[in-house]
Design a protein around this ligand. Structure first.
Ligand SMILES: Nc1ncnc2c1ncn2[C@@H]1O[C@H](COP(=O)(O)OP(=O)(O)OP(=O)(O)O)[C@@H](O)[C@H]1O
Ligand SMILES: O=P(O)(O)OC[C@H]1O[C@](O)(CO)[C@@H](O)[C@@H]1O
Ligand SMILES: [Mg+2]
Length: 482
């Protein structure tokens, strides 16, 4: 089929500053595509639901806090079933792939994509790609049916396996084409969605009738725009067990310190929310908030003060925190994983040793430090109830979008409404804790820890974090629900 139409970003402008950042559609580059009534129209479960179908003009506002004279900001296409679809059931040949690190809920998303395709749209051909992107061209596939996936949501991990590296766009698209696949569901983090975006571009360049759909996965909650990522809630909950153990250990011995390292390569959301949820934590250290060890206002001084006041303390540390300090003192290794992500040095072990050395040197106070590293335990578990429901909605929205002919998008909740988001919107930046925003201030007042910042640092941070548009409250610190 001939490639036609505008291949640039689809921006639709309306009166009063309305801007829609729309997602691509197969009809943008393929002409004369036939359409069919959505089979849900005659499905007894759905036909009784009033307004089950999404109005084609429904959009979701990315900014919901606006001022009298401020622009209305960007809108995104609302997710959900459409009255007409661009695929017949027996025409669809779908595949699902999972890439990057593990995350609670991966199996639930896989299960619900399979069941959604089968039960809502009558699709019966769904393949699982084994072991991430490279599985498209170097591994076997797994046939996925509702029976095969029936119980998988009760297990952690991904039944499809995952990997880092190995993204070869051309080989992947060859494999998609050769197998006759026309729905590609790609579950993974920021790197995976960059990969999905180039797969989509190649599919479009070749003029294939293939919908490419991303389901954002990140335990670190570092994907922007969406309210929160699946598995995050479960990880925060599981982190409570480690923090609780650290607290029990610390308070059972004189001058006990419990130190817990949590995931968070570049974003400290898990550490921040786990700290806020726990109330046992005296100090939370995250990559976004610089700190120092020695001297007035430093970490050692704070530890000494808290031990004198309370007799014990708990520190929660995100794995990416204080990496600048480590690089200064250890020779920077600059190693990368197969996907090109920087491999971090173990800040938990390093800081434990520094604290021990400091108090041993001082000879003022003898401390007892217990280091707990539950890193992989918080992501290798099945998702909790809230995440399971969330994963179901994500999967169903993904299926509805692909059936409706949309492509080149990720699905996710934006201000509580599931939306279709163009790839570039989520791959161009990372979601980070904004330490000049109110959520971090709430944490500081909850732990009563110092900010470790001097006014000069605050100026620097503010300069770095200056948002491209006028900052609206909570805009850059997601999940204001919490
Ligand atoms: N810029 C890119 N272009 C194409 N493919 C990419 C790109 N970045 C990463 N990938 C591919 O995406 C896959 C996953 O990437 P990565 O290992 O960075 O995990 P991720 O999706 O970011 O998840 P996590 O949150 O666990 O880090 C890998 O197979 C990698 O090769
Ligand atoms: O050891 P792996 O599997 O590469 O994963 C570790 C990384 O994955 C993440 O959990 C992101 O998925 C990071 O927080 C962490 O640094
Ligand atoms: Mg990543």
């Amino acid at each position: 089929m001939a490639v036609s139409g505008d291949l640039k970003m689809k921006i639709v402008k309306g009166d009063a500053g309305y801007v829609l950042e729309d997602v691509p559609h197969l009809a943008d580059y393929l002409s004369d595509l036939p359409t069919y009534p959505n089979p849900l129209q005659i499905n007894p479960a759905y036909s009784v639901v009033k307004q089950y179908f999404v109005n084609q003009d429904d959009t979701v506002a990315q900014k919901i806090v606006v001022h009298k004279d401020s622009p209305r900001g960007t809108h995104l296409r609302r997710a959900g079933p459409r009255q007409k679809v661009y695929f017949e059931a027996d025409e669809v040949h779908a595949c699902i792939v999972t890439c990057g690190g593990l995350c609670p809920g991966l199996n639930t998303v896989i299960r619900e994509i399979v069941c959604g395709l089968y039960h809502m749209y009558g699709v019966t051909r769904v393949l699982g790609i084994d072991g991430g992107y490279s599985g498209f061209y170097s591994r076997n596939t797994i046939e996925l049916t509702p029976r095969v996936v029936n119980d998988i949501h009760k297990r952690g991990g991904t039944i499809l396996g995952t990997s880092r590296g190995g993204h070869d766009t051309s080989k992947i698209v060859d494999s998609i084409h050769d197998r006759g696949i026309n729905h590609v569901y790609i579950i993974g983090g920021d790197g995976t969605q960059k990969g999905a975006s180039v797969i989509f571009e190649e599919v479009r360049r070749r003029g294939l009738k293939v919908s490419v759909v991303g389901v954002p996965k990140t335990i670190d909650n570092d994907i922007p725009v969406i309210d929160r990522s699946f598995g995050f809630d479960t990880a925060v909950e599981e982190a409570q067990r480690a923090i609780c153990a650290a607290h029990v250990e610390a308070e059972s011995i004189e001058h006990g310190i419990g130190l817990v390292k949590l995931m968070g390569r570049y974003s400290g959301f898990i550490a921040m929310y786990a700290t806020l949820a726990s109330r046992d934590v005296d100090c939370c250290l995250i990559p976004e908030s610089p700190f120092f060890l020695e001297g007035r206002g430093g970490l050692f001084e704070f530890i000494e003060k808290r031990l004198k006041e309370n007799g014990h303390m708990v520190i929660v540390l995100a794995e990416g925190a204080g990496q600048d300090l480590l690089s200064e003192s250890l020779q920077s290794m600059n190693q990368q994983d197969a996907s090109g992500n920087k491999l971090l040095q173990d800040v938990g072990l390093w800081i434990s040793q520094r604290i021990k050395d400091h108090f041993a040197r001082q000879q003022k106070m003898s401390i007892n430090l217990k280091y707990i590293d539950p890193t992989y335990m918080i992501r290798a578990i099945p998702s909790n109830a809230a995440d399971n429901v969330y994963c179901t909605l994500l999967a169903q929205s993904a299926v509805h979008g692909a059936m409706a002919g949309f492509t080149g998008f990720v699905v996710g909740p934006v201000n509580g409404r599931h939306s279709y988001i163009p790839f570039n919107h989520i791959t161009e930046r990372q979601n980070k804790v904004v330490i000049t925003d109110r959520m971090w201030a709430r944490l500081l007042s909850s732990t009563n820890q110092p900010s470790f910042l001097n006014p000069k640092d605050v100026d620097e941070v503010q300069k770095e974090e200056e948002p491209p548009t006028q900052l609206l409250e909570g805009e850059n610190c997601k999940d204001s629900k919490y």
